[in-house]
Design a protein around this ligand. Structure first.
Ligand code: EPU
Length: 346
């Protein structure tokens, strides 16, 4: 185990914000976690688990001990008549895993291509795109309790997945409210990729690709290529322009609230949900308030997708947060909707 002091975090957060970790330990194996917990000085410190850094805004140097998860490995653990079960180390790159599963002949993750971040971070916010959420392909995960050092396994129900939400985003408030935020370090994730494979094509952008190409029965690899093209066309590549993907969640409202918003602007993009609620496109609300392309200092609103905040070069976390708050205020004043940020502000 190697505990390093004053480690630059700019390469480890996709926003590219300049900040340092007071102390950082690279976690390559489960044993590395046990060594941290056995170390008299490190064990006592509050801890911050860092995956691919694709869902955080750093507003200063990180004082808690940073555990940078680099547990690798990808393997098929089982094949049954109904599914392929694949396992990956939490430190594996997410997109790399999607590509690898397709190359091995295990389709099912193609709609989630090109999402930045690591495998271990994927369940935390139940990543989702183009009609598929992580929970639709999830089998189980292994984690270590950073307070007790005990390893445990959770199934999907225990992860309490919701829209960009899971048990890992909540703090245990009392005996009735179970939460693992800041407490669990995810080590390995297993995926359930159902057989026979069925393409998920019901998303407008994919329907457009089918119409454009005339390919009505695409392979999983073809869908993967389409998703990569769709995302590249409207989302900034974090290696070129720092960002953390969608900055806000798409809000859910009641049909009455939606009718009120339609009265304010009939063009509002909204989708009825199976439970009777209505989901609004946060990107549209932000765009309608005139934010697309605007900036606060070096933090800006991406020109091609107003839901994405970007680092135009040298942005501080404070500038990103100030911009986000200004957006929240104007969306609230115009539409009466409170936007909830997706990334964790550290
Ligand atoms: N829109 C605008 N102006 C904008 C942005 C969007 O009018 O500046 C409109 C679009 O025209 C479209 C609607 O808003 O009618 C929705 O936009 P889009 O299809 O780009 O999807 P989104 O709802 O903004 C969500 C996810 C993305 C995911 C896509 C595709 C959330 C918070 N975001 O975005 O996830 O890739 O759908 O499934 O749910 C992420 O979480 O980081 C992420 C990128």
């Amino acid at each position: 185990m190697n505990a390093r002091q004053n480690v630059a975090l700019q390469p480890y957060n996709t926003f590219g914000i300049v900040a340092k970790a007071h102390t950082l330990v690279q976690i390559a194996t489960e044993a590395d976690v046990q060594q941290v917990l056995a170390d008299a000085t490190l064990a006592r410190q509050p801890k911050f688990v860092l995956g691919g850094g694709s869902n955080i805004v750093l507003t200063g140097d990180v004082k808690p001990l940073v555990l940078k998860v680099e547990i690798m490995g990808r393997r098929r653990v089982e094949e049954t008549p109904r599914a392929w079960i694949v396992e990956a180390g939490a430190g594996e790159n997410w997109h790399g895993l999607v590509d690898w599963t397709l190359a091995q002949g295990y389709p099912g993750l193609e709609n989630l291509a090109l999402i930045p971040g690591t495998v271990g971070a994927a369940p935390v916010q139940n990543i989702g795109a183009y009609g598929v959420e992580l929970q639709d392909r999830f089998a189980s995960l292994d984690a270590i309790d950073l307070e007790t050092g005990k390893s445990f396994t959770l199934d999907a129900a225990q992860c309490a997945f919701g829209y960009r939400d899971s048990v890992f985003k909540h703090v245990a408030s009392d005996a009735r409210h179970f939460g693992l935020a800041g407490r669990a370090l995810i080590t390995r994730v297993r995926f359930h990729l159902p057989k026979p494979w069925k393409p998920v094509l019901g998303y407008l952008d994919l329907e457009k690709k089918i119409a454009e190409t005339g390919v009505h029965t695409p392979s999983a690899r073809q869908i993967f290529d389409w998703i990569c093209a769709i995302r590249s066309a409207k989302l900034p590549d974090p290696r070129v322009i720092g960002n953390a993907g969608s900055f806000f969640k798409n809000p859910t409202v009641t049909p009455d609230q939606c009718a009120d918003i339609i009265a304010r602007d009939p063009r509002v993009v909204h989708y009825p949900m199976p439970d009777g609620s209505v989901k609004l496109a946060a990107g549209w609300l932000i765009d309608a308030c005139g934010w697309r392309g605007k900036s606060v200092g070096n933090a800006g609103v991406y020109e091609k997708q107003a839901l994405v905040l970007v680092n135009r070069g040298g942005a501080t976390g404070g500038e990103v947060v100030t911009l986000a708050k200004a957006i929240q205020t104007s969306v609230y004043e115009r539409f009466g909707i409170r936007l909830e940020p997706e990334p964790v502000v550290v």
